[in-house]
Design a protein around this ligand. Structure first.
Ligand code: SF4
Ligand code: SF4
Length: 73
């Protein structure tokens, strides 16, 4: 099974991964993220919730501007 991980502290939160994933792996969820390394705040962020649907196509990885997605096959 393919494993999909994201580093939310580096994610810009624009949702490019959600838009491009052909298999509905990603959903929006409220996540605690570090703001300026000082505070934890809650933000809607992409979460790879349905990992069992991932085919490892790498589209999310390729489009991610901050390279905060890790795909392990
Ligand atoms: S590798 Fe492909 S199928 Fe898997 S989460 Fe990324 S875009 Fe979706
Ligand atoms: S593409 Fe990368 S930076 Fe953009 S929302 Fe997805 S994980 Fe975050």
């Amino acid at each position: 099974m393919v494993k999909v991980e994201i580093n939310h502290n580096r994610c810009g939160g624009a949702g490019e991964c959600i838009d491009i994933c052909p298999n509905g792996v990603w959903v929006w969820e409220k996540i605690k993220v570090k703001t300026l390394g000082m505070f934890n705040s809650e933000r809607e962020m992409p979460v790879p919730k349905y990992q069992e649907k991932c085919t490892g196509c790498m589209k999310c990885y390729d489009i991610c501007p901050t390279k905060c997605i890790k795909i392990t096959k």
